[in-house]
Structures are given as structure tokens and as C-alpha cells.
Design a binder for this molecule. Structure first.
Ligand code: ADP
Ligand code: CDP
Length: 333
């Protein structure tokens, strides 16, 4: 069981303000921590003594938190304390608690100021492995943007789209129901209500993702979703264009790379381990084709951002890559 902290402020002591602020806080805490009726145990609230018009806990019920126990209390009156502040602690059966401090309460935890880490690079360089480790270490979210392009590809395959052209794909993408959820810190990709997190890893989806991700209609929609997530919370994002296009102002950017032979060997080992009957030469050929597609498309191709730190992982294991990246981040803060 873990404790998740959160806090927010209101601008005036009215029931409507309390409902709005508490609802916003709890929904963000739920989204960022993958909270469900099953894994949540209780929510403890405290409010400063200048809040008298309504119970913050009541707003929790109104925001749809029905099943867990709620408890309200009064914050000690300390001189100079932040006024009109509502604090929350949620106890839940999760692995990695992500605290959420909103509105005026963001100042309470300046150390939690929102930031993004961009990890770009070609397939098999180790981006997602190190992104997961880094997110765990920094206690922030990991957003696997490749999974989103893979989901678009799966949708097009399912709809039997033969050629990935703007005309054929745009109507599908316009109405796509794609949700990124977090269960115990792990990203789940939900397409049209179905959890496709495993399906999108199939080798045939990889090439299709590379092809479909070249289309502006697809990139535009996915980038909007990615920016929306990064606007709300600190996260590590891995992909091809995070540092150059999605979040050009990200304070920490890394370009993770390795030779195509090393990357193909890693991918080959991974696929074999998962039971796929693949040949090394085919995996290498596919990786090189995807590298070419990804770096030669007209719309936000894979390239190193000028201000990204290059990490060549040919001779490094995942822990060494993580240590290197953490060191670089620490040097910059
Ligand atoms: N530095 C590393 N050294 C050796 N193997 C690695 C390293 N980083 C990742 N791997 C392994 O290589 C494979 C591809 O890594 P992954 O993180 O999926 O790459 P990417 O997200 O860049 O496509 C995975 O099986 C992973 O376990
Ligand atoms: N930000 C991103 C992420 C992925 N992609 C595309 O989506 C495909 C699958 O991405 P991925 O990150 O899951 O692929 P791997 O590196 O794990 O093999 C890539 O080949 C890219 O063409 C992209 O264009 N932009």
C-alpha cells in the first residue's frame, strides 16, 4: 500500500469553488496514479480554517469517488500558511505514487514543478527501457508515444486499409477512440474500448506504425494528445520527435542511439523470447527500413534536436544508460 499526496487551493470559500477544485485534483490524482475502485482504500482531507462553506469530502462523492472511505479534518492554524488550501492523502494498493499539487498549492512543492524529459531515437536503441526506469526513479509518468502510433496502425489494419494514404486514414483517425491509461504505473493502450497493449507489439504492427506515422493527419492528432498529457503532469516521453516537435521547450532532451546491428540483435532476442519465429537478417532489414522511413518522412522526421545530449548505447547496459541520463539531468538542475 502507498500514500499519494495532493493539494489545491480555491479563490473563494464557496461550495461551487470547492467542488470544482477538489474534483479537478482527485481526477488528476486518479489518472496519474491509475486509481480504481478496487485499488483505492481511503481518501483523507484537510482544509485550512478559512474554508467553512462545504466539506471537501462531499466534492469527492460528487466527482464519482463512491466506494472508498473518506475522512475530513482541519489543518493546524500556522502563521503565514497558504490560505484556502485543501490537502489530500489517498491510500491505495499501487506501486509508484505520483503526487499532484495544483493551483496555488503548486508552490508548496516547488520540487515537483512540472517538467518533461524527451527521449528520442531509433528503434531498439533502448528508449522505452530507460524511459520506464527513469520515470520510476523520478516518480513521474512514462508516456510511450510509439504505442499511440502503433494503435493507429492496428486500427487501420483492423479496418482493412490497404494503402496508408491521407484520404484513406484521415476519417479513421478523426473518430479514433484512443485512451492512454495507467495501471500500477504501466501504460495501457485502449483502442475502441479494448486493451490492445499486447496486440500493438506484434511485429506486423511495427512496420505499419512506421508507415502510418508519416501521415500528417495521424501525427497532428497524436501530438495534440501527447502535449495535452505533458501539459498536465511531469513525464518522460519517448519517441522520434519529442525534443524537436512535440515539446521543443523540454528542459531535458536525449537522443538515444546505437548501431543498427546492435539494435537488431536486441530486437531479435526480445522477439524470440516472446515466442516469435523471426530471423535476425529480417529483423535487421526491418529496423533499417524503419530507420529510413522515420528519418526521411516530410513531416517531423526522426532527427536529433540540436540541444539533445546524445547517448550511444552500443557499449552500455540499460543501468549504465539510466545512470548517465540521471547524471546529466542532475548537472542541469
Ligand atoms: N542498453 C541496453 N543494452 C542491452 N539491451 C538493451 C538496452 N536497452 C534496452 N535493451 C533491450 O533491447 C530491446 C529494445 O529496447 P527498447 O527499450 O524496446 O528500445 P526502443 O524503445 O528504443 O525501441 C529490449 O528487449 C530491451 O530489453
Ligand atoms: N513519437 C513517435 C513515436 C513513434 N513513431 C513511429 O511509430 C513506430 C513505432 O514506434 P515505437 O517507439 O513503438 O517503436 P520501437 O522503437 O519500440 O520499435 C516508429 O517506427 C515510428 O515510425 C513516431 O513516428 N513518432
Amino acid at each position: 500500500m502507498k500514500a499519494i499526496r495532493g493539494a489545491t487551493t480555491i479563490s473563494a470559500d464557496t461550495p461551487a469553488e470547492i467542488k470544482d477544485a477538489v474534483g479537478e485534483l482527485l481526477i488528476q490524482m486518479r489518472e496519474q496514479n491509475g486509481l480504481t475502485d478496487e485499488n483505492m482504500i481511503c481518501i483523507l482531507f484537510s482544509n485550512t480554517s478559512d474554508i467553512k462553506s462545504a466539506y471537501p469530502a462531499k466534492a469527492a462523492r460528487e466527482a464519482g469517488f463512491y466506494s472508498c472511505a473518506l475522512f475530513s479534518s482541519l489543518e493546524p492554524e500556522i502563521e503565514g500558511a497558504l490560505p484556502l488550501c485543501i490537502r489530500v492523502m489517498i491510500l491505495a494498493e499501487i506501486e509508484n505514487p505520483v503526487p499532484v499539487y495544483l493551483r496555488g498549492a503548486a508552490n508548496l512543492r516547488k520540487d515537483l514543478k512540472k517538467f518533461a524529459v524527451a527521449l528520442d531515437g531509433p528503434s531498439g536503441s533502448g528508449k522505452s527501457t530507460v524511459a520506464k526506469m527513469l520515470a520510476r526513479k523520478l516518480n513521474i509518468l512514462y508516456l510511450d508515444t510509439g504505442a499511440m502510433y502503433r494503435a493507429c496502425a492496428l486500427k487501420a489494419i483492423g479496418e482493412k486499409v490497404e494503402r496508408f494514404t491521407e484520404d484513406a486514414v484521415a476519417p479513421l483517425i478523426e473518430n479514433i477512440s484512443l485512451n492512454i491509461q495507467y495501471t500500477d504505473g504501466a501504460q495501457r493502450t485502449i483502442l475502441d474500448g479494448e486493451d490492445v497493449s499486447e496486440k500493438i507489439r506484434r511485429p506486423e504492427v511495427s512496420m505499419a506504425a512506421s508507415a502510418i506515422s508519416a501521415l500528417p493527419c495521424v501525427r497532428k492528432k497524436m501530438v495534440e494528445m501527447q502535449r495535452e498529457i505533458a501539459r498536465k503532469m511531469s513525464c518522460v516521453l519517448d519517441g522520434r520527435d519529442i525534443g524537436t516537435h512535440v515539446l521543443p521547450d523540454a528542459p531535458f532532451k536525449f537522443f538515444v542511439t546505437a548501431s543498427s546491428r546492435v539494435r537488431a540483435k536486441r530486437r531479435y532476442d526480445e522477439l524470440r523470447q516472446k515466442g516469435y519465429d523471426v530471423e535476425y537478417d529480417n529483423v535487421l532489414q526491418e529496423i533499417e527500413e524503419r530507420d529510413y522511413n522515420d528519418s526521411h518522412r516530410a513531416f517531423s522526421p526522426l532527427r536529433q534536436a540540436e540541444d539533445a545530449v546524445v547517448v550511444n548505447t552500443d557499449e552500455m547496459n540499460a543501468q549504465e544508460v539510466l545512470d548517465f541520463i540521471v547524471r546529466k539531468i542532475q548537472e542541469k538542475v
